[in-house]
Design a protein around this ligand. Structure first.
Ligand code: UDP
Length: 339
């Protein structure tokens, strides 16, 4: 299949690009490089020994998407991973988040439909689930647009838009993947997570402390109603997540279908730090801080629908993720800028 990967040079995008190429598909990456580097595309090619052409451009601009189809099309599928994703920043810049995260979908979907794509796959988030009494979340659990931050709201709004698009295009496969917490890196150490500035997420923060560019890990609260008092999340190895995209594309069916991509195993902040300490072989400096506003005790999914329908399960452990993340970060202390 020929796949246009919007946001394809980002963290999830580059790993998905590798997984698609390894599975024998052809890809073109469209990315504005606002939160990554062109090197990511070169590394995808280096890992797979296959071409990974990169169009540097804005996926929210229909003329850019159309020009990409003119030059590299036709495509069978669009995988849409082009979004702003920092929860905290979305509180400060809600209009930027709503416009970017929706306009990319409008432009990609409009041009894709005109040009006859068969599949549209959208990257969403497990944070669209709104009722903690539903844990572990299944695809039928309650969702809301009334979520705690504009990032999550923009993802749920996209899902609503895409469900309506699927309704009036019954021949089209529209697949929504609700990610839980992606961590880790490709085992080559050539691609990995490289957030700009101080990381918001736990795993890249731990990575920066381990490599010495940040002083100590802050544990945001140890008085949650969980076994060790720290928050529980469903951390999924980014390579498993990438393989989930390949499975979802290869088995896509007409209509609007949603899958959770997670492990189903809740892991605490302290457990994730301990896994990383095992990978590094030493203790890392850490301090308990107050809870972060908006955080919940626990979020994890029931991934059995993807296992049943896509024959996909996450097989990698948090120790695998810690080992691979450390391999990436220690070889590239400044991320892609180390090259
Ligand atoms: N967390 C933490 N210190 C950090 C970043 C995150 O203790 O520097 C905790 C956070 O409170 C949550 C978990 O780690 O329990 C995962 O947070 P992250 O921001 O990685 O992902 P989220 O689940 O919020 O999307």
């Amino acid at each position: 299949m020929r796949v246009l990967l919007a946001g394809g040079a980002g963290y999830v995008g580059a790993h998905t690009a590798v997984a698609l190429l390894d599975a024998g598909h052809e890809i073109v990456l469209l990315d504005d490089l606002s939160n990554t580097s062109a090197l990511a595309a070169e590394r995808v090619s280096q890992i797979t020994g296959r071409p990974a052409p990169l169009v540097v451009g804005d996926a929210s601009d229909e003329s850019v998407v159309a020009a990409t189809f003119d030059e590299f099309g036709p495509f069978d599928a669009i995988v849409h991973l082009a979004a702003f994703k920092a929860v905290g920043e979305s509180m400060e810049k809600p209009l930027d988040y709503y416009s970017n995260n929706l306009d990319t979908t409008f432009a990609l979907a409009r041009v894709g439909l005109e040009r006859g794509i068969r599949s549209f796959l959208f990257s969403s988030t497990g944070t669209v689930y709104s009722d903690p009494s539903d844990l572990p979340f299944t695809e039928e659990s309650t969702t809301s647009v009334d979520l705690s931050n504009p990032y999550s709201k923009s993802k749920r709004m996209n899902e609503v838009v895409l469900a309506d698009m699927a309704r009036v295009n019954p021949e089209l496969d529209v697949t929504v993947l609700r990610y839980f917490n992606p961590v880790g890196a490709h085992e080559s150490g050539l691609i990995g997570e490289d957030p700009s500035g101080i990381p918001n997420n736990l795993m890249p923060y731990i990575q920066r402390v381990a490599v010495g560019s940040l002083e100590r890990i802050g544990i945001f609260g140890d008085d949650y109603d969980t076994p060790d008092g720290t928050g529980l999340r469903d951390y999924i190895h980014v390579v498993d997540l990438a393989l989930g995209h390949v499975a979802a594309l290869e088995r896509a069916q007409p209509g609007f279908v949603v899958y959770n991509l997670g492990t189903g195993r809740p892991v605490s902040v302290r457990e994730l730090i301990a896994a990383f300490e095992r990978a590094v072989g030493r203790e890392l400096p850490k301090v308990v801080l107050p809870r972060r506003a908006g955080d919940v005790d626990a979020t994890y999914c029931d991934p059995s629908k993807a296992a049943r329908e896509l024959d996909w399960v996450a097989t990698r452990t948090i120790d695998d993720a810690a080992r691979d993340a450390w391999n990436w970060q220690s070889r590239n202390p400044q991320g892609f800028a180390s090259a």
